[in-house]
Write a protein that binds this ligand. Sequence first.
Ligand code: KG4
Ligand code: ZN
Length: 319
Amino acid sequence: MNVLGIETTCDETAIAVVRDGVEILHQAVASSADLHQLFGGVFPELASRRHIEVIGPLLREALAFPIDLIAVAHTPGLVGSLLVGLQAAQGLSLALDKPLVGVNHVEAHLYAAMMEAPRLFPALGWVVSGGHTLLYRMEGPTRLHLLGTTVDDAIGEAFDKVASLLGLPYPGGPHVERLARQGNPASIALPIGKVRGSPLDLSYSGLKTAVQYALAKNPAPSDLAAAFQEAAFEALVTRTRLALAEGGYQAIYLGGGVTANARLKERFAQAFTLPIFFPPIALALDNGAMIAGLGYHLYRERGADPLDLEARPRYNFGL
Ligand code: KG4
Ligand code: ZN
C-alpha cells in the first residue's frame, strides 16, 4: 500500500510516499526557515504563505507514484499551516477517490525512530522537538500513553532561546551543539528543572533564565553552551531513569528535531544499557515519511477518517 504523507504543521512543507509503513519511495522537504531567521522564531503568517506557494508543485512530484491512502498531519501545530496541508489532503482524497487519515505530528516523530529499527514493546518514547517535550509509555506504534511533559518551554525551544541569547542564528539547536563541542560543561553550574509532585514532568524556563544570568558574568560562550546542553539532556536522563525503574521496558525510542544532536545520542548510550533507537537525520526533522508511515498503521487499525477531518492546533494530552 502506497501512502502519501503530507506535513505542514510548522515551517516545513514535507511530502513523501511510503510503501507499507517502511519503504520510502519519495521524499521532499521545503522549509521557510529562511523567512523566520529575521524574527528569531517561526512567524506563523509567513509559514502559511510559503506552504501555499510550494505545496502544489511538491504534491505534483509525489503523484508520479500511484497512491492508495492519504495521510496528513492534522494536529498539533500552527492553525494556518495545518489548514494548508489538511485542505490539500481533503482535495486530493476527493479528487483521487482515496481514503484520508489524520495523523498526530508528535506521535509520528516517534514512529520515525521505528521505521528502520526493530519494534520492541513496551518501550519508552521521547519526543524532543521545538514545540514539544513528551515522554510516553509505548505498547505499539499507535498505542501511546503520556507519562510526562514540560510544564513550560519545550527542549528545542530552550535551545533556540539560548542560541538567541548567544547571538546565534535560528533555529539555534545545531549552532549551540557546534559551539558546545569546544566548551567545558563543568565550568558553569546550571540547574536541572524539577516539577514538584510530578517527577516525570520537566521545566526548561528556569534553565533558560539561569543561562541569561550566567551570561552577565561574561563566560566563554562555548562553556555556557556546553553547560546548558548538558543540563538540558540531564533532565531527560533523570526522567528516563525514573520511568525505567518500573514497567519492564524493552527499548527506548526518541524522535523530534533535537535527536539530530550527537551529544544527546552519546549521553543516552552512556546512561542506559537497553536498546536505544534514534531516527536517521533525514527523519529527525519534520518530514512527510513519518506521517505516511504512522498513517499506514492507523488506517489498518481503525480505518479512514471522515473527509471533514478538522485541524487541531493544540496537542490533546488526553490521547
Ligand atoms: O521536530 P522539529 O523539526 O520541529 C518541531 O516539531 O518542533 O524540531 C525543531 C527543533 C528546533 O528547536 C531546533 O533548534 C532543534 O529541533 N534542533 C536541535 C538540533 N537540531 C535541531 N537541537 C539541539 N541540537 C541539534 N543538533
Ligand atoms: Zn516536529
